[in-house]
Write a protein that binds this ligand. Structure first.
Ligand code: PLP
Length: 460
């Protein structure tokens, strides 16, 4: 992991967490030199001008991007499962003088030259969401909370998307199913929730709620709040980080969320927003303004970050992000290790990196603004604190976990990226027999009484 004092000039302008850049940064994009602040601040302009092809990148950047980088982007499409879509807001916050190391470029525009071979245990549905879906579009893994997949669209695609099997159209790596529930699907989902009295909490996600119509926001919110046993609902949107203009300029959509919040409060129920910042470079003056608009209406906003190599693995960068979020009245809730899906090995970190980072963040600011660092366990164990594993062998990169509240009878594994292991360990990972021996060894130390999923081939 990079160390504290490797601070680059690039971040110096944001070292102060109370300072948010308010320049017309998009005008440095040759194609947008004459775009005014009013145009740029209109969410419709943002959506219409999203970047969804390499040709568009070339057209906008002209001489500011080299043919070599363009070629690198093009080749990435054959290797990574997710399609390209970037909002103009994020596109113009990328440092095009140094795109290789830019944390936003890294997250949303993969380069073939940075590709690392997939870990042998990556799965398209690493979290086993399908196995935990009693009906379509509803994941019921935990006793009292459900994940309600309301749509399959996002204003921007993250290369590391945990649902890349469903989100982002169909890339060259295969056609995808999509999440596109109709009204009758919603009825079935509501019926399921109504008939399961233990459910108190609904996460409305997908996809990104910023692309859900205000009518559907109201319909879903009202129907859920009408169910007696529902006590908490959350709408999930990355728009604060990647399309703050949506919050600031789509009044009907914003009002729909606020109405749900007010309706909830009258019934002593919580309605909040969950958002997704991962880098201080995503934060400009537009972000605190958007956050403030929610705050003034009494809407709680919480943040979930994804811990990614070269994006937020430096202590000063993570510290700045957490302080900025707190300053904006956005509560840092989680920092997640990456889910083990295809095409993200170059972004993954070790479990040790995450545990060390959490330790470095403790005490930095108000305790309620220190996020939990968590690992959502492959094969459906749910979210566990990064230090709560039963066993962790840093030589083989294997950690063993249990999840008593979610799947009491099962053992779980998480794996550090193979390219971060010693040469010897990397050789062992190449050999099927050695791999099973390593898993058996870890299991015998961690949860000798429990079995992991049969896919690992190491039943005790
Ligand atoms: C993350 C998640 C939730 C919500 O979990 P919290 O820890 O309460 O944020 C609910 N259901 C599923 C399937 C999830 O993955």
């Amino acid at each position: 992991m990079e160390t504290y004092n490797q601070t680059t000039d690039k971040l110096n302008h944001t070292q102060n967490h109370r300072f948010f850049r308010d320049d017309e940064f998009w005008r440095s994009i040759p194609g947008w030199q004459s775009i005014t602040s009013d145009q740029f601040g209109d969410y419709r302009w943002q959506l219409k001008n999203s970047i969804a092809s390499i040709d568009k990148i070339k057209e906008l950047l002209k001489h500011r991007i080299s043919d070599q980088i363009l070629e690198d982007c093009k080749r990435a499409f054959d290797l990574f499962p997710i399609d390209l879509r970037i909002t103009p807001y994020i596109f113009s916050l990328i440092d095009w003088d140094n795109p290789i190391d830019d944390p936003l470029r890294r997250q949303f525009l993969p380069l073939a030259s940075q590709f690392q071979k997939n870990h042998p245990f990556v799965l398209k549905d690493s979290l086993f969401e399908e196995a935990d879906s009693p009906i379509n579009h509803l994941v019921h893994r935990y006793p009292d909370k459900v994940l309600f997949l309301a749509l399959g669209k996002c204003p921007l695609y993250c290369s590391y998307c945990t649902r890349s099997r469903l989100i982002g159209g169909s890339s060259r790596n295969g056609r995808k199913q999509s999440i596109s529930p109709g009204l009758s699907d919603f009825e079935t989902m509501f019926d399921y929730i109504r008939s399961h009295n233990q459910i108190e909490d609904v996460v409305i996600s997908g996809g990104d709620v910023s692309l859900l119509s205000s009518d559907l926001i109201r319909l879903i919110g009202k129907t859920l709040l009408d169910i007696d046993h529902i006590r908490r609902i959350r709408y999930a949107t990355k728009s604060l980080a990647v399309l703050p203009m949506k919050i600031l300029s789509d009044d009907d959509w914003f009002r729909a969320l606020i109405e749900m919040n007010e309706m909830g409060r009258k019934r002593d129920k919580q309605v909040c927003i969950h958002t997704h910042f991962s880098s201080p470079c995503e934060i400009s003056e537009w972000s605190p303004q958007a956050a403030e608009r929610f705050f003034r209406e009494g809407m709680i906003v919480r943040n979930q970050t994804v811990f990614q190599q070269g994006v937020n693995t430096r202590i000063d960068v993570m510290g700045l992000l957490i302080k900025q979020l707190g300053y904006m009245n956005v509560q840092p809730y989680y920092v997640f290790l990456l889910d083990m899906v295809p095409g993200i090995e170059h972004l993954r970190t070790t479990l040790r990196d995450a545990a060390e980072m959490e330790k470095s963040m403790r005490g930095l600011t108000s305790g309620f603004n220190i996020p939990d660092f968590a690992c959502d366990l492959p094969t459906g164990g749910g979210k566990q604190h990064v230090s709560s594993y039963d066993y962790y062998n840093e030589e083989t990169g294997i950690s063993v976990w249990r999840s008593p509240a979610v799947k009491p009878g099962k053992a779980f594994f998480y794996f550090d990226p193979v390219h971060r292991l010693s040469f010897d360990a990397q050789q062992r990972w190449k050999d099927d027999k050695q791999r099973i021996l390593m898993l058996r060894e870890a299991l015998s130390h961690g949860s000798p009484d429990l079995n992991p999923d049969p896919l690992y081939g190491v039943l005790v």
